[in-house]
Write a protein that binds this ligand. Sequence first.
Ligand code: ADP
Ligand code: ZN
Ligand code: ZN
Length: 650
Amino acid sequence: MKNFFYDVAVNRPLPQLFTYESSKAIQIGSRVKILFGKKELLGIVLRKSSQPEFQTNLILDVLDDQALFSRHQLELIQWAADYYKHPKGEAVHNFIPPYLKKLGNTFPKTITESVHYSITKSNLSLTKEQKTAIANIQNITGFNTHVLQGVTGSGKTEVYLEAIESILKKKQSVLVLVPEISLVPQTLGRFKDRFGDICYAYHSGMTPKARMQVWEEAAIEAPKIIIGTRSSILLPLKNPGLFIVDEEHDKSYKQHEGFRFSARDLLIKRAQMLDIPIVLGSATPSLQTLRSINEGRYTVSHLRERVQAGTIPKFSIIDTNLQALESGLSQQALVEIEKVLEQKQQALIFLNRRGYAPKFLCASCGWVAQCSSCESNLVFHHIEKRMICHRCDSRFAVPKHCPSCQEPSLIMSGQGTEKIEQFLQSRFVNSSIIRVDRDTTRKVGALENLIEEINTHSSSILIGTRMLTKGHHFPNLALVVIVNLDQSLISLDPFALEDLGQQIIQVAGRAGREKTAAKVLLQSGFPDHPILAVLKNGKYEDFATMVLKEREENKLPPFSFQAILRCHSRSIKKNIDALNKLANVNLSGIELFGPVPASVAKKGGNYFHQIILQSSSRKNLSKNLELILKKIQADKRSVKWVLDIDPVEY
Ligand code: ADP
Ligand code: ZN
Ligand code: ZN
């Protein structure tokens, strides 16, 4: 009897595939049960193999009567594993829907009812710019990356909807990526209003069963519209016709752990493989995307005007050196907040720091409260009455006196959202104050409730971190105060500056969406910083042009390609030794920075160090990384390694 041999992907951090034997033919892409060492594991059949020299194990079981992954999906995964130099087995397993990661579960056979789409036409009269953008997208044939660069409130979603309509008419499906789970419901709602029951959500907040159902629905029939996060890029859409990545600049598209891929970039690759268009939408496109436009690789449509009468807000810079701040707020900010409340409107205080005070210290000896396993400053949380490590989430009791010199009175410095909330409550006693950060939104549905509350309190003060600034529409917002931007302004991480510009323009974009003429106050100790001078005009393009020029002069991405090689262990010396050894590998055409401590220098007892590799050629970087990875694999494993290709932060 003739036997078959297959290379199987196993969820292990090893570069190779494993050859197994079967007495019957198995479809490529199937889930199988295999014996790996002494363990029964799930594997995915990746390709046929010839009979190897060595003894092989038998595939114990073929788990489903259909393959999980198509050739197209496997091709994309393998491309990604190659590109990001990630172990194939792990890369494949990253994309298995959670329900099917369990050996005991099999492909459910849901009988789906065929749903037909309906179109509820909107009664808006589209602007000229919107019409042009829609036509530009509709006229694309085959693969093309098209950027929809539209200021906040310019009606980008309306453009998506119109473009999608013509895809549905061709009986094709559409995948729309949003950067965060919290943005799915509102987007899904708008799409359902327009197209009815063919719209589905797909994200990691759903139960494995519910996700599985969408996975199958998508595969069975077109047209369908899926609104999803990162994990949806590999959905087995039947007859896909268009991909959309909303807020394409958002860093959440990069997976930060394990397999570090960019969902946006992989979806572009997928569109290319399928020969279909992909639209990247943003008010603040990433510098990488802008460069691709400049180089002619991407096409672009602009929406420069807001659709509703609202105007772009007026920016002012407040010099924080010249005055004593009250809980981080300047006198001008307090005066403006008061005015806004008198006019029964809303003010938003933006700062990216939750908790009460970010530093807890002893003034007499200089002791600072730090996490015992991360060495990062503990943040005092007033509501919990605890000091919390924002890296590992450990909680510590507040000491009664200084542990180092016994001084009885300890002090707190700096401010987080809790402190500003408390201060404003005492200052504006009769106003409603709504805080939106990770601590107030932990429970399912909490963010939606807060957004609802914001919309019912037309006059209120909102205090929020980044999560409040994404995608929401607050018609009555007339003032934005940006509290602590200095850290990013002077950061050595070039991506921090890009991020800062995007955030300021995005936060400002939440204001003055309707009639209201809004103000944005930028509080800074570096009021003459050239970046602030250009941000002050509120024009993202000016900011981007300036930062791009700087990047070009310094040969930084997107004018070069980078990879971070990061290691961690319990010992600084081990890390440095391991990284120094790599510096001896004979690299050509590579600039090497480091070893330096990572920006998260210690976490959970482990130290993190890294080198950054940079080259003007992607190919060359890739070739040299392979040399380095060989060296790492050959070495005794004294430290653990992480490779981050195309990093978006240091
Ligand atoms: P963006 O995604 O660019 O921030 P949206 O698409 O969410 O903007 O549009 C903002 C608001 O303007 C929405 O309430 C939308 O219904 C409305 N809108 C969009 N296009 C028009 C138009 N041509 N005329 C009037 N209102 C519009
Ligand atoms: Zn002390
Ligand atoms: Zn910690």
